[in-house]
Design a protein around this ligand. Structure first.
Ligand code: SF4
Length: 219
């Protein structure tokens, strides 16, 4: 009996490493198959993983450095930026598309800074492409939201623009226009109402709108 037992032990220790190797090979094969089915190319998915881990996720790009208002003390409003580093222009759809296509790690883009984002003539295409590529767009640095077409307003909801701030420094047109020279509070209110209308139509909570109110001392 003792002889039989030691023979069985020898057989088990002989097969064990082979069994481990067999299981490991099956695991590698299953993982490769899953990666291949998902991306058709496991090397491509490794490349995407590397890019996402090493490149920026969030960007701020000026959608427009132009503005139609003339708020006091603003370098955009008084036109000084036209000749400075900021310049005077719009972000073109083809440039943004190129940037997104070459940087698959980018997931969030802030579109406002010096100018008024809603003046950009390519905004609808930008929003649509960002939606297709799952980019989260924001304009939380601020907008005056005086000029936006019905198409753009619907696009904000339809393409799930994430959030933007609206500068409204007054509850009546005369007080609002004290700082927002050239603006019209009624137009801004109508635009906000239209966004809320489309939110109902699309059953969406986006875009999230935040009201900015700067309090001024009496001159
Ligand atoms: S709305 Fe903004 S960018 Fe335009 S002039 Fe006023 S402060 Fe400047």
């Amino acid at each position: 009996m003792a002889w039989k037992g030691s023979k069985m032990q020898t057989e088990r220790s002989y097969w064990q490493p082979l069994l481990v190797l067999y299981k490991l090979a099956r695991l590698i094969k299953a993982t490769c198959k899953r990666l291949y089915i998902r991306n058709r190319n496991p090397l491509h998915s490794l490349r995407i993983f590397y890019i996402r881990a090493t490149r920026p996720h969030n960007l701020r790009i000026e959608a427009s450095s132009k503005c139609q208002l003339h708020c006091s003390g603003c370098r955009t409003g008084d036109g000084s930026n036209k000749t400075g580093n900021v310049g005077w222009g719009h972000l073109r759809f083809k440039n943004l598309k190129e940037l997104i296509d070459h940087n698959p790690g980018v997931k969030e883009i802030e579109l406002s800074n010096w100018g008024e984002m809603f003046l950009n003539p390519d905004l609808l295409r930008i929003m649509q492409y960002g939606y297709e590529k799952k980019i989260r767009f924001t304009a939380n640095n601020g907008t005056n939201f005086n000029n936006a077409t019905e198409e753009i307003i619907e696009g904000l909801v339809k393409y799930r623009f994430h959030s933007f701030r609206v500068s409204i420094d007054g509850a009546t047109n005369p007080t609002y226009q004290t700082f927002r020279r050239g603006g019209n509070l009624d137009r801004v209110s109508i635009n906000i109402e239209r966004v809320n209308h489309y939110k109902g139509v699309y059953h969406s909570r986006f875009p999230i709108m935040t009201w900015i109110f700067i309090v001024f001392a009496k001159p």
